[in-house]
Design a protein around this ligand. Structure first.
Ligand SMILES: [Zn+2]
Length: 270
């Protein structure tokens, strides 16, 4: 008996090692692209961790663009405070789309946005849009809001207060002239800000600093926190870049998939 046991042990060990190796290999294959922890490339400080999932492609199928027409539950912001907001606490089935920068302007994107009239919030860099304000005026006329993403997109946390103010107030003043409406929301470039940014934003008349919970980019959806689909109150970040049309169609399909509708962020921040 004792002899048998000794003889069995090496083959049993081999079997256990083999099973463990196969399990680890399968986990790494399945984990890749599904829920691997990663740092989102847009995040300069790389302090925000995301989970990511590939988006099931339905871009070329007809999709309804669900726009929220239900009751609005505004997050009442006390006068004089400038909160940093990542989402809107609500039980209503509503999500918010924010689109940043403005470097890439194509007639296909413009046509799609004018046709579908998403109530999106556009955080624009003056340097990126000053060669074609009319492009964004047309989007504004279709119901999108123009908000502040600074003059030149610096890392605000690395600037002194006065230079942060020049960046934030400069864009707000310019957009007031160009678009006839002064921005009230700031998205700090790269999501990077410090206490001076909050002070500067407040002094420039900003009501809130708007961050995000979810990023959609190049066929992948990135979530802060442990989940796999959009949830009520999420603020979603995308960019005007060459892949924008695919990104926005992916946003619509993810919104439909989660049985949510698209709200107008400014209505929910009062
Ligand atoms: Zn940006």
């Amino acid at each position: 008996m004792a002899w048998d046991k000794i003889q069995l042990q090496p083959s049993l060990l081999l079997l256990i090692t083999g099973v463990m190796a196969i399990t680890l290999l399968m986990q790494s294959i399945i984990g890749r692209g599904l829920d691997a922890q990663l740092r989102e490339p847009e995040n300069l400080d790389a302090t925000i961790l995301y989970k990511k999932r590939k988006i099931i492609e339905v871009r070329n199928k007809a999709q309804t663009v669900p726009v929220w027409h239900g009751p609005v539950e505004p997050l009442n912001i006390p006068a004089g405070s400038t909160p940093v907001i990542y989402d809107i606490p609500t039980s209503q089935p509503v999500v918010f789309l924010t689109i940043d920068d403005g470097w890439t302007k194509t007639s296909e994107t413009q046509k799609w946005l004018l046709e579908h009239k998403l109530p999106a919030t556009l955080f624009l860099i003056n340097d990126a849009i000053k060669n074609n304000y009319d492009y964004f005026k047309s989007l504004q006329n279709a119901g999108m809001s123009i908000e502040d993403h600074t003059l030149t997109h610096p890392n605000l946390a690395k600037l002194r207060l006065a230079r942060q103010q020049a960046q934030i107030c400069g864009a707000a003043d310019t957009y007031q002239d160009v678009f006839g409406h002064r921005p009230t929301l700031l998205r700090p470039p790269y999501g990077s800000f410090n206490a001076a940014t909050i002070h500067a934003a407040s002094s420039c008349g900003m009501q809130a600093i708007v961050m995000w919970r979810v990023v959609i980019s190049k066929g992948v959806i990135y979530f802060q926190g442990d989940r796999t689909q959009l949830e009520p109150g999420d603020i979603v970040l995308m960019h005007f870049r060459p892949e924008f049309l695919d990104d926005v169609k992916d946003f619509v399909s993810e919104t439909n998939r989660a049985h949510l509708q698209i709200g107008h962020l400014e209505d929910w921040l009062q």
